[in-house]
Write a protein that binds this ligand. Sequence first.
Ligand SMILES: Nc1ncnc2c1ncn2[C@@H]1O[C@H](COP(=O)(O)OP(=O)(O)OP(=O)(O)O)[C@@H](O)[C@H]1O
Length: 407
Amino acid sequence: MKRAMDGNGNQAKKAKDTDLFGRPLKKNGSWESKDNGDLMIFTHDECEGRAKIAAFDMDGTLIKTKSGKVFPIDCRDWQLLFESIPSELKKLSSDGWKIVIFTNQKGIQVAKVDRNEFKKKIEAIVAKLGVPVQAFVSVAGGRYRKPCIGMWEELKLRNDGVEIQEAESVFVGDAAGRHKTTIRSKKDHSFADRFFAANVGVPFKTPEEFFGKSKSEEPWGPPVFDPKHLFKDGIQLLEPEDAPLKSEKPEIIVMVGFPGSGKSTIAKWLAEQNGYKIINRDTLGTWQKCVATARSHLKNGDSLIIDNTSPDKESRQRYVDVAKELGIGCRCFVMNCDMEQAQHNIRFRVLTDNTAADISSMVLRIHKGKYVEPTVEEGFQQVVRVNFQPKFQIEEHEKLYKMYLID
Ligand SMILES: Nc1ncnc2c1ncn2[C@@H]1O[C@H](COP(=O)(O)OP(=O)(O)OP(=O)(O)O)[C@@H](O)[C@H]1O
């Protein structure tokens, strides 16, 4: 008992002062932590601000597992991706580049990876590379996670006042959206590194391209979704173009669309412009309450927008039936927004509104699975498509929306 208690205290101290192999630790830099540990930053003692940054992803770019598994079995399960990496980084460092690592490590947040062990892993990797390195470790899913650029913004604050020349810098990563080819047995798991570089505005290379293992540019892409493509002139809000925004007589508009497809944004705008009342299941709780509230508004002579996802006939029929019963019109407004755009919007919403809940891609897939295209045969007077017309009050929000947010 006595031994265990002493052992606990002593071991904690001992563990701090030893490396992953239990050897006395030679400290080569210091750690800081931001936003309750969502971001961890390691700065080597000899790091200095430089205008040119040579930045690297970590797993699959500088190191790979020793075990051959996709994910390391523990923090000792690593080896250099290429033997030449330390000498190449030393050359870059002596040629005036600052060496930086940007790594996504959500495993720490979900407690699959021990935070302190991981810190030691970074220290060991930096020691092996043999150059001054600054390493940014994104632990959570927010603005620090690539392809979002929060880690690069933090780098700018830690560059000793030296302005970074993005166009002269480089970011190297293996999440590059590459195809399966004769020499690549699997396609890349994501585009996060390539998109991160594009969002920051730095040239991008894969490890094979940068370390000279591939003579030509590796085939990749195209991205499944590119937000910049949504910013086109001359797109009408409604299709058909002559569909009225407001009906002269009381009516029900049933919105249909993925979570995050922009239904509430349009509904709020229509309500402000035309004085329609909004019915929303997230606020009212159940569809029964939605129908009851709808009835009481209609009795007051108001028009309504049903701001629910309504993917199937059944969820829409309730309102068609109420409209029929009360002898008023019922139109269906379908958001022209696919799953990838909805995912992008959800990410954007979480990044710009800290009260907004994240919605998993599983919820989006369920919606897709249930979806039945609305038709006039269901009892609608008209089925109207609503196109995405980007509108932003805040310039920074428009800049963010145009970035790649989904890896
Ligand atoms: N036309 C637009 N211009 C700019 N941003 C938009 C536009 N439409 C939607 N967005 C943004 O996309 C995100 C999702 O939109 P919104 O909340 O309206 O979707 P929703 O379909 O109502 O989602 P949910 O079903 O989850 O409530 C929000 O951050 C919103 O600001």
